[in-house]
Design a protein around this ligand. Structure first.
Ligand SMILES: NC(=O)c1ccc[n+]([C@@H]2O[C@H](COP(=O)([O-])OP(=O)(O)OC[C@H]3O[C@@H](n4cnc5c(N)ncnc54)[C@H](OP(=O)(O)O)[C@@H]3O)[C@@H](O)[C@H]2O)c1
Length: 162
């Protein structure tokens, strides 16, 4: 499985229930990578989407323990093991913090949009630079939009237990 995330230099990914920032270039990149694939997300991340609706052109696999939560156009799972039974190997974990944390062990590639600087944040992605199971495998050029510097990075799992 894959994960895709926009994180600052401290691996901050969200603040007050929303993203740190929205860059149209990064949204295009996200769409290009995930379109046609299943996406795995938590109920709180779904709430940040326009109208709280699932993403079009992708199977939306949503984690929620709330038995009453059943959004149209999505498949809801009450726990990780039920989700793993149905999630394809090429699915993308798209957040948020709690779902990245619990699904990272099932991922072998993480696509990171690395935002320059340190942003105010209250939700974080696990620090892959400090984890010997992960290696930075590819680093794109520095880019800039709306005064925000960013670059695309790809991390790959190098071993399960080291
Ligand atoms: N920078 C990025 O790339 C990025 C991407 C996505 C999200 N974000 C940010 O991340 C933040 C949201 O993250 P979050 O951790 O607060 O919320 P989240 O992971 O999006 O959703 C949490 C909810 O998912 C459900 N859930 C999580 N684990 C579960 C499990 N094992 N079994 C069943 N249900 C489970 C629960 O829903 P119920 O409460 O309904 O039971 C839980 O309250 C926001 O700030 C958002 O903007 C950033």
């Amino acid at each position: 499985m894959n994960a895709i995330v926009a994180a600052d230099q401290n691996w901050g990914i969200g603040k007050d229930g929303d993203q740190l920032c929205y860059l149209s270039e990064d949204l295009k990149h996200f769409r290009a990578l995930t379109l046609g694939h299943a996406v795995i997300l938590g109920r709180r991340t779904l709430a940040t989407f326009p109208g709280g609706r699932p993403l079009k052109g992708r199977r939306n696999l949503i984690l929620s323990r709330d038995p009453a939560f059943q959004p149209e156009g999505a498949e809801v799972f009450r726990d990780i093991s039920a989700l793993l039974e149905r999630a394809p190997a090429d699915a993308f974990v798209i957040g948020g913090g709690s779902v990245y944390q619990s699904m990272l062990d099932y991922c072998d590639t993480v696509y990171v949009t690395c935002l320059e600087g340190v942003w105010p944040a209250d939700v974080f992605f696990p620090n892959l630079d400090a984890d010997p199971r992960w290696r930075l495998a590819d680093e794109g050029p520095q880019m800039e939009q709306k005064g925000t510097g960013f670059r695309y990075l790809i991390y790959r799992r190098v071993c399960d237990v080291c």
